[in-house]
Unconditional design. Structure first.
Length: 175
């Protein structure tokens, strides 16, 4: 399976690259990622939550690192979900920040059936990357991820039932 997504972030490529390259930052915007533990300058251990709450782990190796331009990695042989990817950091036209392009290749558990099941649980990487990039954009441009009642912790909050009007004709919740 392959996923490619892009977004423009109103920050210079150097800033976007340095934020991403500090892998400890990744769980702040990669919603499915539980942790990244850097083991040396080229290796790290990743833990993520998969479908039905299953924890998925793998070790990754940094295979390319061109400061302010490109980060590429691949999972090691014993990965629960074999994967590889690259993140490109390109100056946006007219000095408008950074064009960030993320390309992932992964082998979902149980092949296409596993991918279909993951989609049903909202855990398929193709569904997550766009939201993850929007969260990164918010962090880098505003310093925080903007949330509303409808998106607390990335989930939809339950609707509140309609409130009956009080004796003055106003809804009780507005009083």
């Amino acid at each position: 399976m392959q996923v490619t997504k892009a977004i423009t972030v109103n920050r210079p490529p150097e800033e976007v690259y340095h934020y991403w390259r500090d892998f400890q930052h990744l769980p702040q915007f990669l919603s499915h990622l539980q942790s990244v533990q850097v083991t040396d300058d080229r290796h790290s251990h990743w833990v993520t939550q998969g479908p039905a709450g299953r924890m998925i782990e793998w070790d990754a190796e940094l295979i390319e690192d061109h400061p302010n331009e490109l980060i590429a990695w691949c999972s090691m042989e014993d990965a629960d979900v074999p994967n590889s990817g690259r993140v490109q950091f390109r100056p946006a036209p007219d000095g408008r920040g950074t064009e960030l392009v993320v390309a992932l290749d992964y082998d979902p558990p149980a092949g296409r059936l596993g991918s279909t099941i993951a989609k049903l649980f909202g855990k398929e990487p193709g569904q997550q990357v766009g939201g993850d990039l929007r969260r990164l954009k918010q962090i880098l441009e505003t310093g925080e991820v903007v949330r509303s009642e409808g998106t607390l912790d990335g989930n939809f909050a339950p609707q509140r039932p309609a409130q009956p009007p009080d004796v003055r004709g106003r809804h009780a919740a507005a009083a």
